[in-house]
Design a protein around this ligand. Structure first.
Ligand code: ADP
Ligand code: MG
Length: 622
């Protein structure tokens, strides 16, 4: 602090500066959310104090009241939001309000910057919920007075949102935090009591602490119902209330796609209110894969990182409130607490059950959920072996014949003598559909599952099978199709003649180490050739892993399978017979390159490829 008692202005972290610029300059149609954000912070601060006071009751000082007070002042044009929560020290004011700690907000800035114009930022603000800084949507200057619970010093953080802020000592005040917004002229409607009440009703009614509106005259009055909606009987909660509560949890403006609300009774008693979002959360693929479920004990907030659901259900938001766990449960103890483990298990099963039910009863609603969250839920197929069968009842797949079917449906469509569940992994649906590897299966009317999510290539390797049938890749190992009759038997012409054998020898010689083997194919009926993998891994998986730096996996040399019934292959066989092996050298390389292209891969050596193709065309046209 300098001599005149004023501190030097400090610069915001760069991201905050950008964020503030967006707040101040973008016209966000739904500015009301600033109040939701400030109330939500106040409520968090009250929750924190209540939790800490279980171990240290002294923190409540003489004042056990935990509430939020909103005071409009028309003369001064200020709106003040005060809470009697934990408060912040001078350092916390600097750290919490001068930098962005939340990865969510950082993501927001990164994403908003990628947009070409500021006009795209508003939707993003709604989607991400940018917390405290939303205050600058309505205020030209913001003062945050705060006294930490248990401490004497009071400090004030001030900023006009233009790049710098100050933190100074302030006159003593009540415990907690008081945020004074100096409203801009265009935001003066937030000084009206009706407006404040309306906004609180819309966004913050569920806050479990009382929200008081201090009038110009008379006593403050409570303007939220402050009832924990998860404690109410299921039938009592209206869809709007769910939408409001879910909106506050997720910042989403959409209604939830699925609401799971029940009370568990028996050995353990707890209330559950969980939502599956109706739209894709921005952090769905955040590498931390953290769950978003809050743990309460008897309506006291305990933690929001208790991992109440497994990572593959991380997108499910909501609250679990235990009626009989001890309140003094420390956050560290949560990991190994047997009661928490039992709740975790039961609630996970319930969520999967509800998803299954939705799939059975409302396929359109389920399809939307599956479209967004299917790839995440499928992570459970290799992480949660215990629930693999339950997950298979939820999972939907596309096949060469049908869309959105379950594995049970697939089993129902097995051909006579079909002993395996056939699948093809590919990077997208278009590549899958055009795969030559499917030809032999199509000609036998065998349904093949099309796996186009990267996660599919992973789980299918560890899955033991389903209903006694193993999973088998149509692009890996030898095709075992002999037992199943083709629809049109004439098309099959896979006998190994001496000519074909000679061609194979010639192609092998030409390609050398580019391939691990060359052989005739059972899976092709039309195309000349295709590549497959013989080893442990499916080619799609090998490609996925080889892109990860430390996987130690590289893409192996494939097996080239050729189709002896194909006209070009026949012609090449004749050429080998009449002119010798060297006659097909260029053709062999071109065949292999073509097979790579069909797999969506690159030609290994484009220069040689072009030279060979030119030579071939020159021959054809001269
Ligand atoms: P978030 O609430 O997601 O953490 P915010 O931008 O809303 O992000 O708030 C940043 C941080 O500032 C909070 O995490 C909290 O530590 C602190 N904070 C904000 N408002 C208050 C308050 N009323 N009382 C105590 N701490 C607060
Ligand atoms: Mg917040």
């Amino acid at each position: 602090m300098s001599k005149d008692g004023k501190s030097k202005p400090q610069e915001f972290q760069a991201e905050v500066g950008k964020l503030l610029h967006m707040m101040v300059h973008s016209v966000y149609s739904d500015r009301d959310v600033f109040l939701r954000e400030l109330i939500s912070n106040a409520s968090d601060a009250l929750d924190k104090l209540r939790y800490e006071a279980i171990a240290k009751p002294d923190l409540l000082e003489q004042d056990p009241k935990l509430e939020i007070t909103i005071t409009p002042d028309k003369k001064a044009k200020t709106l003040t939001i005060a809470d009697s929560g934990v408060g912040m020290s001078a350092k916390e004011l600097t750290d919490n309000l001068g930098t962005i700690a939340r990865s969510g907000t950082q993501n927001f800035v990164a994403k908003a910057q990628g947009k070409s114009k500021d006009k795209d930022a508003p939707q993003l603000i709604g989607q991400f919920g940018v917390g405290f800084y939303a205050a600058f949507m309505v205020a030209g200057e913001v003062e945050v007075f705060s006294r930490k619970a248990g401490a004497k010093a009071c400090n004030v953080w001030r900023s006009n949102g233009e790049g710098t802020f100050t933190v100074d000592e302030a006159e003593g005040q009540a415990r907690g935090t008081k945020i004074v917004l100096h409203l801009r002229d265009d935001a003066s409607d937030y000084l009206e009591a009706w407006k404040i009440e309306e906004v609180v009703k819309t966004y913050s009614d569920h806050i479990t602490h009382p929200i008081m509106l201090a009038g110009e005259d008379g006593e403050p009055k409570q303007i939220n119902s402050a009832s924990a909606i998860w404690m109410q009987p299921k039938g009592k909660v209206k869809p709007e209330q769910h939408k409001e509560f879910f909106g506050a949890l997720s910042h989403s403006a959409e209604a939830p796609a699925l609401t799971i609300h029940y009370r568990a009774e028996g050995k353990q008693e707890y209330n559950v209110l969980l939502y599956v979002p109706g739209d894709r959360p921005f952090d769905l693929y955040d590498p931390e894969r953290k769950g978003k479920q809050k743990l309460y004990v008897k309506r006291v907030f305990i933690a929001d990182d208790a991992a109440l659901l497994p990572p593959y259900l991380r997108f499910v938001r909501g609250v679990i409130d235990s009626s009989d766990m001890p309140l003094n449960l420390s956050r560290e103890m949560l990991q190994n607490n047997p009661d928490v483990a039992a709740i975790r298990k039961a609630v996970t099963n319930r969520v999967l059950q509800e998803l299954k039910k939705l799939g059975e009863n409302d396929s359109a609603a389920f399809a939307k959920v599956w479209d967004v969250f299917g790839p995440v839920i499928k992570e459970g197929l290799y992480e949660d072996w215990e629930r693999r069968d339950a997950l298979f009842e939820v999972a939907r797949f596309n096949t060469t014949k049908r869309t959105a079917i379950t594995l049970k449906d697939y089993i129902g469509g097995l051909k006579e003598n079909q002993t395996a569940i056939y699948y093809l992994t590919a990077e997208d649906a278009a590549k899958a559909a055009s795969s030559p590897q499917l030809e032999g299966y199509k000609s036998r009317d065998i349904e093949v599952l099309l796996f186009t999510d990267p996660v599919d290539a992973f789980w299918v390797r560890t899955a033991m099978g389903f209903e006694g049938k193993p999973f088998k890749s149509v692009a890996q190992g030898a095709a075992d199709l002999d037992l199943i009759k083709p629809i049109d038997e004439k098309k099959e012409e896979t006998a190994d003649t001496p000519e074909t054998a000679a061609l194979i020898a010639a192609v092998k010689q030409a390609l050398g180490t580019r391939v691990s083997d060359v052989r005739t194919s059972k899976r092709l009926t039309d195309s000349a050739c295709c590549i497959i993998n013989d080893g442990q891994m499916d080619r799609t998986l090998e490609k996925l892993l080889s892109r990860q730096k430390d996987s130690g996996v590289s893409v192996s040399a494939p097996v080239l399978e050729i189709n002896p019934g194909n006209g070009l292959v026949k012609a090449l066989a004749t050429a080998v017979k009449t002119k010798g092996a060297s006659a097909v050298e260029d053709a062999a390389h071109l065949l292999l390159d073509q097979a790579f292209v069909l797999e969506g891969e690159q030609v290994a050596d484009p220069a040689s490829f072009a030279k060979r193709l030119d030579a071939m065309m020159a021959k054809a046209f001269s």
